[in-house]
Structures are given as C-alpha cells and as structure tokens.
Design a protein around this ligand. Structure first.
Ligand code: PRP
Ligand code: MN
Ligand code: MG
Length: 184
C-alpha cells in the first residue's frame, strides 16, 4: 500500500499540530454557544474524532451521509441525503466537519439545507481545500490546509474506499488510479 503513495504532503505531526490550533480557536469562538458538530460520512470521520478531542466545551456530535450520484455526475448538482441527523437543529450552532472541499457542491447543499431547518448558525470546518476544483463558492470558516490538484488520500480520504486509515495526507501515484479506470 505504501508503494501506491507518490508523496506525503502533510505529515502526521503537522496535521496534529494544526488540529490542536483549530480546536483552540473553536473552543474560544463557541464559548457562549450551543455547539453541535456534524460530520459528513465517511471522509470526515478521522478528522472529526481528532478535532473533537481538542474542543474543550460540551458538544453534540452527529453525522450525515450524502450522495451526489457518483463523482462523474457531480455537474448535475444533485445531492441526496442518505443518512440524516437524529435530532432537530433548532437553536443549535452547527459546525459542519468535512475532510475536503472539491467542487463545493456537497457543502453548499448542506449549508443551505441546515440553515433552512432553523439552526442558530451554520459554519464550516474542512481539513483540506482544493481551490483549483471549485465550481460553487462556499465560505470556509476554518481551514486546515490547502492542497494541490492531486489525488489526495489518507486521514479519512479514500480512493475506492482504500487508504482512509493512513495517518498522514498524501498524493496517490497516477498509475494507481489510472490502472483502476482502465481495468473497468
Ligand atoms: C468527498 C469528500 C467530500 C466531497 C467533496 O466525499 O469527502 O465529502 O467528496 O466534494 P465536492 O466539494 O465536490 O462536493 P465522497 O463523496 O468521496 O464520499 P466519502 O466521504 O465517503 O469518501
Ligand atoms: Mn465525503
Ligand atoms: Mg470518497
């Protein structure tokens, strides 16, 4: 599996330092609020669990799962909720947690959707941002790192459901994803 990695972009240590900083910032910003952290399955799971340990406040944690009808048809702009939140968001200060923003479709849909349900506020934290791929503008409130237009894996991010458990953030070798596409 290590042979599939082209380059480590962000080391385990760098990620950990940045998550501690973000946790401190959120702790300060949400002191007087009613924080509810919403992770977007599955990519956000690793980041969310590390981040929440660094937030020194009582928080609600929940998850949503969405589908955008496969990466290839993302341009249609359709997003469907596969797993919804368990409880109402009324009066909550929601922080949506993502691993990466790519086209922006997932987060623009989710922000609108949660605002319409009567949340007190809706903000976004993403570990990674790939600004080179943006179609829809999204306001990012907290950002870990910007990444280049490479195929990124690790720390929750997958290629064909693999590599999510890598403790660092890396670029995948071109031949790994090209082979998969050619063999289909
Ligand atoms: C990825 C990523 C974000 C979304 C970003 O999820 O985790 O949720 O795509 O892309 P966008 O900005 O173009 O909407 P994916 O659909 O691969 O599901 P996963 O998290 O389960 O891997
Ligand atoms: Mn995702
Ligand atoms: Mg994925």
């Amino acid at each position: 599996m290590k042979n599939d990695i082209k380059e480590i972009l962000i080391s385990e240590e760098e990620v950990s330092v940045r998550i501690k900083e973000l946790g401190k910032e959120i702790t300060k910003d949400y002191k007087e609020k009613n924080l509810m952290v919403v992770g977007i399955l599955k990519g956000a799971v690793v980041f969310m669990s590390e981040l929440c340990k660094r937030i020194d406040l009582p928080i609600d944690m929940d998850f949503m799962s969405v589908s955008s009808y496969g990466k290839s048809s993302r341009s249609t702009g359709e997003v469907k909720i596969i797993k919804d939140l368990d409880d109402s968001v009324e009066g909550k200060d929601i922080l949506i947690v993502e691993d990466i923003i790519d086209t922006g479709l997932t987060l623009s849909y989710l922000t609108d959707n949660l605002k319409k349900r009567g949340a007190n506020s809706v903000k976004i934290i993403t570990l990674l941002d790939k600004p080179g791929r943006r179609n829809i503008q999204v306001k990012v409130d907290y950002l870990g790192f910007e990444v280049p237009n490479e195929f990124i894996v690790g720390y929750g991010l997958d290629f064909s459901e693999m590599y999510r458990n890598l403790p660092y953030i890396a670029a995948l070798k071109e031949e790994v994803y090209n082979d998969e596409i050619l063999n289909k």
